[in-house]
Design a protein around this ligand. Structure first.
Ligand code: GAP
Length: 457
């Protein structure tokens, strides 16, 4: 346990030091539940999102991408039941007025809260005489709605209340008819979206795991009701493959957890989470839910538009059912970081490096002149760097310090390949290519460099 805490501290510290992730609003002491992505973080995050989009949207014929507004008419959230029930159980320290997640508090005290109502949680807290982390008495457990509300326009009355979306999913349901009318897709087909979501988490924590502002990558896959089990199974395989084969997560760190009836969200008939072994425990990374026809039906009932599908052969209209694979970008980012973080001994020194798959790595290659004070080496290195940069984008130039130090700096940010320009380069147009994981070096012709790197990334 201590070791894992240590690992988390090392990852957080590396993220700040090397420009992956900074505390949100840091110069003002931060803002709980928010983190800012720095230059390497934004690139790593973009790579994850691009791989997801390529896998689930671009390489399929049955998928339609959208980008809906974050602010949505509050009737959306009234119709789905979010205004009434999108809540977490909260308990307050009666002295400090600090608020806590009641289920988390029970878990931390060895009591499994799964399936408990707020009343049952309150009874457990009383029965076990549980205190707050500040050792004070706790109040009653009650539901706390997690949606952020704000006012749209100049009018201050309650009719101007709008919510920042707590999930991207509804953007797809309310655009169902638009996409059907524009593209006439045949069932089954899906809509996909990557975007920000906001939840007023009672206790944001564990770095970028539980945030108040985060990003989701969600699919609503519309199906005929009779095929839901088969589709559910296929999507479970696809999302696991994405995590392991595409992003490189260790298969043995991913576990399926099927929700019991009490755990399931109000809209779901079956939910399986893919949980990941984070340093702070096995926690939800990816959710797969069979949402039935709940959302389309609710919006059809509450709006003036029937969100239905016309089966042209059978000449019948019906509401499609939906399978929803939903994942957080930030949680995926953290899982990728945790699995990539590696320590080994190289050249009698301990090194820490990020063993990213080359497709995921924020920097694909780094180019070094062997010596900074030899203009002919620097000029040649600049030429090679320029050629690679114009083709690959994510390439770095470094002429600072000895080569060993430069390798370590690149290892620490997970750059898979380092290229050194030395005196032999000037003679025969070959360079040294060094592999991050093995530290092994080979000579390769400059002419072959680009195709080699392209075959790896
Ligand atoms: N549309 C379904 C939905 O939103 P969810 O399980 O509440 O389902 C989907 O969220 C995914 O979004 C989760 O599996 C998780 O990866 C991510 N997520 C949810 N809440 C989050 C939070 N507070 N911070 C970071 N990621 C979060």
């Amino acid at each position: 346990m201590e070791h894992k805490q240590d690992l988390m501290e090392k990852i957080v510290s590396l993220c700040k030091r090397r420009g992956f992730i900074y505390q949100g609003s840091e110069v003002y002491g931060g803002l709980a539940g928010t983190w800012d992505y720095g230059p390497l973080g934004v690139t790593l995050k973009k790579n994850i999102k691009d791989l997801w989009w390529k896998t689930f949207v671009e390489s399929r014929e049955d998928m339609y991408g959208i980008d809906a507004a974050i602010l949505m008419n509050s009737k959306v959230w009234e119709a789905t039941g979010h205004v009434a029930t999108f809540a977490d159980p909260m308990v307050e320290d009666l002295k400090t007025n600090k608020r806590y997640r009641a289920d988390h508090l029970l878990e931390e005290n060895g009591i499994d809260p799964k399936g408990m109502t707020v009343t049952q949680m309150g009874a457990e807290i009383k029965a076990h005489k549980l205190k707050s982390p500040d050792k004070n008495q706790l109040g009653d457990v009650r539901q706390f709605n997690m949606m952020f509300a704000t006012q749209a326009g100049a009018s201050g009355d309650s009719s101007a209340t709008v919510y920042l979306r707590p999930e991207t999913a509804q953007g797809m349901f309310v655009n169902f008819k638009n996409v059907v009318d524009s593209f006439h897709p045949k069932l089954p087909f899906g809509m996909a979206q990557i975007g920000k979501a906001f939840r007023n988490e009672i206790t944001p924590r564990d770095f970028i795991f539980r945030l108040r502002e985060f990003e989701q990558m969600e699919i609503e896959y519309f199906i005929r009701p009779e095929e839901w089990e088969e589709q559910f199974g296929s999507w479970l395989v696809r999302i696991k493959d994405f995590l392991t084969k595409t992003l490189g997560l260790d298969d043995s760190h991913i576990h399926e957890h099927e929700h019991s009836e009490e755990e399931r969200s109000f809209y779901s008939k079956k939910t399986v989470d893919l949980e990941f072994d984070y340093p702070f425990g096995q926690k939800e990374l990816y959710g797969l839910a069979y949402r039935t026809d709940y959302d389309l039906k609710k919006h059809s009932e509450s709006s003036t538009v029937a969100l239905e599908y016309l089966d042209e052969e059978a000449k019948i209209k019906f509401t499609p059912h939906v399978i929803e694979p939903a994942v957080g970008v930030d949680r995926t980012f953290l899982a990728v970081l945790c699995d990539a973080y590696t320590e080994d001994i190289m050249g009698e020194e301990t090194r820490a490096y990020l063993k990213f798959k080359p497709q995921v790595a924020p920097v694909k290659a780094a180019v070094f002149p062997l010596l900074k004070n030899k203009p002919e080496l620097v000029a040649k290195a600049r030429e090679v760097y320029g050629m690679l940069k114009s083709e690959l984008g994510a390439v770095m130039f470094d002429d600072n310090g000895n080569i060993g130090k430069r390798y370590r700096r690149q290892d620490e940010i997970g750059t898979p390949f380092c290229i050194t320009i030395d005196f032999d380069t000037l003679e025969n147009d070959t360079v040294t290519l060094r592999d991050r994981d093995t530290g092994q070096q080979e000579r390769i012709k400059i002419l072959e460099l680009l195709s080699f790197l392209k075959s790896k990334i």
